[in-house]
Design a binder for this molecule. Structure first.
Ligand code: MSK
Length: 661
């Protein structure tokens, strides 16, 4: 892996260095100064009651150390992890809930600035929920869909709706081990209950409930969010975009949208080119208004509109340090409180918009879906008004990279057979023949302790060289995008011979940008579709597929890792293990989970070992499925892949193409 100082990204490193020369502190400096507490880092600190905090350390801690109440090290480590799962699930759950209430408001005619942009997706989701849609007004169907999904949060008995979308065999495993989630809020509340002092004192039992809660995220809150976002704003199809700090323009108003929920961002995208606002910008000396994204709000608007991104989590301070950001508007999640203090050194205005996220020093402009465009216009005006205040200070970067984003499950199906023969057959065949060795979901945050983005880049490159198709989300997509990795040319230049052929035939990049953190659920539904297609595993478990979050930071990432593990995917996280103090908890999460679900959650700090473990998992799954042994450049017989020309011929012979499914 290539050595880097603080960031694995050249342009980011340049700004960090400039900041150092100016005495400006960023997360990279704070990470250096503030070493993690070695006891808390490995899960050995218990602070769930006031007899502690108890530190379960020392020789033979696993067997001998106990808290004042008598809790053992495995129990303490498991409790800490389960609380992380609860927090991550709550975060994504609230995101999904907000989207469901927005859909309800739209259906009831209360949020007039929004429309249902993808009626076909609405019908598809209505179908999963057994809601009649034929011949009914669209808004009535949307209202039923919203209400049925809102029930998932507060349900006390029964199961979260989308659980039934998983392969039958996967569902049977969940039933057998008692981890079918009932209601999202119920599972989160039970996590908090079980992990208080004097409650569940069995590490396996605690972790089992953690998995149940994580499933209520993956097949609940996060999936609700993905599906409703597609219904309201459109199911993504490939779009061209750009990434890195060079997206900012010196002669235009630069407005950055940062966070996760796309509702306000979509409204800003809608109003930003209105003639009145453009004319207003001109009166302030700007040639136009330039919208850029950051973190996962960026992923959402890039996937649907090609709005460029300045990057992922660790780029938020660096973006301000270019001196070119007139306003940074934030919604929820992954917003560093540090940005308001930093913004005082420049001219950037930081605007908070959710009542759940208030940051001292930021101007609060509450978002209200009932007058969405009015709020969006107000925000754009604040950015315009601030343009004349730009100081001639900052580390200007001109470099930017082309990106192709917008790969939804629906589009991936379409690109493998067109409107009339959409399926996963060609990909399954390519995997069976050894042309594609397997698939990896490369996800999660970029972390200033690592060097940031560097591990994503290393793994993405090595995986495609090894004929592994990469599906990226969240800040992993930002890391790949700001490195210039999200282009079809990557296949020609870097992919192994089999993957290159497949990418050329279908016309896709070898790293597919699937969206934001909640859109990891697209990987679940893709795996489900591949299982249904046949020829590989008939459940999610056992597929030649692995999940990796090499630079994870958040509790959301832990919840995601756990829902993949419970769904049957071996997952490898980078960095130190948050349960590393307990060999027993580590064993449960790797060996026991693999036995029960065919999934696992490992923590491995060495990127080279992550790669080795990933390829090993893939090859062992191929062997268990009795697929052709993977050998670079040597493939078995398979069907001829349909290229773009063949697909167009079929469509011309049928009807004009409308939509993607
Ligand atoms: S933004 S959760 S730092 S991926 Fe989704 Fe990035 Fe991780 Fe936040």
């Amino acid at each position: 892996m290539e050595k880097a100082v603080k960031s694995g990204n050249k342009e980011a490193e340049q700004i960090i260095e400039w900041g150092k020369s100016q005495g400006i502190e960023t997360c990279f400096d704070r990470a250096e100064k503030l070493k993690p507490c070695p006891i808390g880092e490995t899960g050995a600190c218990c602070k769930v009651c006031h007899m502690g905090p108890c530190r379960l350390v020392g020789k033979n801690a696993e067997e001998e150390a106990h808290g004042v109440c008598g809790a053992s090290l495995p129990v303490v480590a498991a409790r800490n992890l389960v609380r992380m799962i609860a927090a991550g699930t709550a975060c994504h759950g609230d995101h999904g809930r907000d989207m469901a209430f927005t859909l309800l408001a739209v259906a009831e005619g209360e949020a007039k600035d929004f429309q249902i942009k993808d009626v076909k997706k609405l019908y598809r989701v209505a179908g999963y929920l057994n809601i009649e849609f034929e011949g009914r007004p669209v808004n009535d169907v949307a209202k039923d869909v919203a209400l049925k999904l809102i029930e998932d949060f507060g349900r006390q008995r029964g199961t979260v709706n989308f659980i039934k979308r998983a392969p039958q065999k996967t569902q049977e495993r969940w039933k057998k081990w008692g981890i079918v989630p009932r209601g999202i809020d119920r599972e989160i509340a039970e996590c908090m209950d079980r992990t208080t002092m004097g409650m569940d004192a069995d590490a396996d039992s605690l972790l089992t409930h953690g998995l149940r809660t994580a499933l209520s995220n993956g097949w609940g809150g996060s999936m609700i969010s993905t599906e409703i976002t597609d219904i309201l704003f459109g199911t993504p199809m490939p779009v061209r975009a750009e990434a890195s700090f060079g997206i900012f323009k010196e002669d235009e108003v630069n407005l950055v949208i940062h966070g996760h929920e796309p509702s306000l961002a979509e409204m800003i995208v809608d109003v930003v080119s209105e003639p009145d606002l453009l004319a207003y910008a001109k009166t302030k000396g700007a040639k136009g208004i330039n919208l850029g994204g950051m973190c996962c709000t960026a992923n959402e608007v890039m996937m649907r509109h090609g709005i460029p991104t300045a990057g992922g989590f660790t780029n938020q301070e660096l973006g301000i340090m270019t001196g070119l950001v007139d306003a940074m508007v934030v919604d929820v999640q992954c917003i560093m409180p540090a940005i308001t203090e930093l913004s005082k050194k420049f001219h950037t205005k930081v605007l908070t918009t959710s009542d759940k996220v208030r940051i001292p020093g930021a101007q609060h402009v509450p978002f209200d879906e009932h007058r969405a465009k009015e709020v969006a216009r107000g925000i754009v005006r604040i950015a315009i008004d601030n343009f004349p205040n730009r100081k001639k200070v900052g580390s200007h970067i001109t470099k930017k990279y082309p990106v192709i984003a917008g790969f939804s499950q629906e589009y991936i199906e379409y690109m493998q057979g067109g409107k009339w023969r959409a399926s996963f057959r060609p990909l399954n065949d390519a995997i069976m023949a050894g042309r594609v060795r397997g698939a990896v979901g490369l996800a999660g945050c970029d972390n200033p302790r690592f060097p940031s983005t560097g591990v994503h880049k290393f793994l993405a490159l090595e995986l495609i060289k090894n004929d592994v198709l990469v599906l990226s989300t969240g800040c992993s997509s930002a890391s790949c995008g700001t490195a210039g990795f999200l282009t079809p040319e990557m296949a020609l230049e870097n992919a192994g011979p089999g993957l290159r052929e497949v990418c050329e035939a279908i016309g896709i990049p070898p790293i597919l940008h699937l969206g934001s953190c909640v859109d990891n659920t697209r990987i679940l539904t893709i795996a489900t579709a591949m299982a249904a297609e046949g020829g590989l595993s008939d459940e999610i478990g056992g597929m030649p597929a692995v999940g990796i979050a090499p630079e994870w930071i958040t509790e959301k990432a832990i919840a995601i890792g756990c829902y993949f593990a419970a769904s049957g995917v071996p997952v490898i996280f980078g960095g130190e293990s948050p349960v590393g103090a307990s060999a027993e908890v580590t064993r449960i999460m790797t060996e026991v989970w693999f036995e029960r679900f065919k999934g696992a959650l490992h923590f491995e700090p060495d990127p080279e070992k992550i790669l080795e473990m990933t390829l090993d998992y893939i090859d062992k799954a191929r062997e268990a499925l009795k697929l052709k042994k993977y050998e670079p450049g040597k493939f078995g017989a398979e069907r001829v892949l349909m290229d773009m020309a063949a697909r167009r011929d079929i469509e011309r012979a049928a009807k004009p193409h409308i939509g993607i499914y």
